[in-house]
Design a protein around this ligand. Structure first.
Ligand code: ADQ
Length: 468
């Protein structure tokens, strides 16, 4: 049986050391690797004086991981630079925040080449290679240069922007052309897929027929593969002892008040500032909810070496402080703003205690929090999911209360109706949402992608690419 080789920037299978705090994606990839047997390759997160390409192999939670150290210059140019200062903002349609520096692009290419050179000797005949996310777009082309003819797939976890925005990236064509070295490219949503097709048609003179892009003499299968969560396992976790304990703590501290909950990485794409403003609007327009509701926003700091993240963090401190100063009473604080991570089992209990799950990114590839919130609910008395139309999850989760995160009035009215929603409607919306979360779970995502990679179009042509 062929092995699955998963490649991502960071490698973090769930283990005793990080029990409970691992994100949904890490759980998903670890499960995929246990199922198919294989290797998970990526950066250790450590830097060394000079790159050696030495691999450290370890077995973590039943998964073989292969880690490589990078140089400090790589961290700055590739990770903090091109990945998180150029591509992340651009692909989230924030051209105002995207920095284009030549050294970033050079560092990005260098690390992709280093990854390819380090990984290539580990790839055996018949192995499937599955590369993840925006850090590693050109990696397949580097592997092809080294003579790797295996099937290689790419999955983009974040959005693909409109053609007009994509073309603001200097040398955008060179970057996207490297993607033609894959056998399969997967996106989260139809929306992202269509934006990519538009780019390929207009900028690469390509055409798409029956899920296969033909451009520059190469054929690449493309498709939408919406990622999911381990739905049944998470629903069970939400009823386990740790979750019950967290639920009880929340209920006691709610003191009869309703809880609106946000859980996000602290990132400008998540729309947290707009969310705080919308909640303030609710308190201003619907005074009956004052002292009857509070917003718990859990925002885990991330990428704090990047200025845009320091700025959004400072702004959120300011906005939450101002709203609390304006509305708090001696026994009520309108926003509880918490900057730390929680174990997954505790998080499940917190989700279950929240009457409203507020997920309002300005742009988001998918958003697993929306799915986790649904999976954690009590079927007899579920909470209401309020979801941004710009989260990829909105394509599948139509029974949520869908909002425009750029409109504070829209969000404030949606919150008012969610807080007042009768139980029968909550149950009927939740049942349909949960059926979808269960059906389109992480196993369905993984299997659909791996099957498409095993059997998709483009093989012969890619042999030619490798020979070029
Ligand atoms: P992220 O942008 O990180 O992922 P998301 O999909 O919401 O966003 O996943 C976050 C994960 O981290 C969730 O599993 C959540 O439970 C966990 N998490 C967040 N805050 C936490 C906290 N304080 N404590 C503990 N756990 C916390 C990227 C894309 C998304 C896409 C995923 C997967 O940006 O659009 O859905 O990859 O493809």
């Amino acid at each position: 049986m062929s092995r699955l080789i998963v490649v991502s920037n960071r490698v973090n299978p769930p283990s005793d050391a990080n029990v409970g705090t691992t994100g949904g994606l890490a759980m998903a990839l670890a499960a995929a690797l246990r199922e198919y047997s294989g290797v998970w390759f990526g950066w250790s997160g450590e830097t060394v004086e000079a790159f050696t390409g030495q691999i450290s192999m370890q077995k973590v939670a039943g998964v073989t991981v292969a880690l490589v150290d990078l140089e400090e210059q790589d961290r700055q140019e590739y990770y903090n630079g091109y990945a998180n200062k150029t591509l992340w903002p651009l692909l989230h349609s924030r051209t105002d925040l995207a920095a284009y520096e030549r050294s970033f692009g050079e560092g990005y290419q260098r690390v992709n080449r280093r990854f390819a050179e380090t990984l290539a000797p580990l790839i055996g005949p018949g192995d499937l290679v599955w590369i993840h996310d925006y850090h590693l777009i050109p990696m397949a082309q580097e592997l092809r240069r080294l003579g790797v003819t295996n099937r290689i797939g790419f999955f983009l976890h974040i959005p693909w922007p409109s053609r007009q925005l994509m073309t603001t990236l200097p040398q955008h064509r060179e970057l996207v052309e490297t993607m033609l070295a894959y056998d399969l490219i997967g996106f989260q949503t139809r929306d992202a897929l269509e934006a990519f097709e538009d780019y390929a048609a207009r900028e690469l003179d390509g055409h798409v027929d029956d899920g296969v892009l033909t451009a520059q003499g190469r054929r690449v299968a493309i498709g939408a593969f919406p990622i999911g969560i381990e739905a049944d396992a998470f629903a069970q976790t939400a009823q386990g002892p740790e979750a019950q304990a967290a639920f009880a703590v929340m209920r006691a501290s709610q003191a009869g008040r309703k809880m609106i909950l946000g859980v996000d990485r602290l990132d400008y794409s998540k729309g947290l500032e707009e969310r705080f403003h919308a909640y303030e609007q609710l308190l201003a327009d619907h005074p009956q909810w004052r002292e009857q509701v509070f917003l718990l926003q859990i925002a885990t700091p991330s990428r704090d070496e990047v200025e845009a993240y320091q700025e959004i963090r400072a702004r959120l401190d300011g906005v939450s402080g101002r709203i609390n100063g304006a509305y708090a009473t001696v026994d009520w604080v309108p926003i509880r703003y918490v900057n730390r991570g929680y174990r997954r089992d505790q998080l499940a209990g917190i989700y279950r205690a929240a009457e409203v799950g507020l997920v309002t990114p300005l742009r988001d590839g998918m958003n697993l929090v929306a799915k986790e919130y649904v999976a954690a609910q009590d079927p007899e008395d579920p909470g209401v999911l309020v979801l941004s139309r710009y989260a990829g999850a909105a394509e599948q989760m139509e029974e949520a209360v869908i909002v425009n995160p750029f409109s504070r009035e829209d969000m404030s009215e949606a919150l008012a109706s969610a807080l007042a929603m009768p139980r029968a409607e909550r149950v009927s919306r939740w049942e349909r949402l949960m059926a979808g979360v269960r059906r389109d779970d992480v196993a369905a995502w993984r299997d659909a992608f791996v099957q498409a990679l095993q059997g998709g179009a483009g093989r012969g042509e890619l042999r030619e690419v490798a020979a070029n």
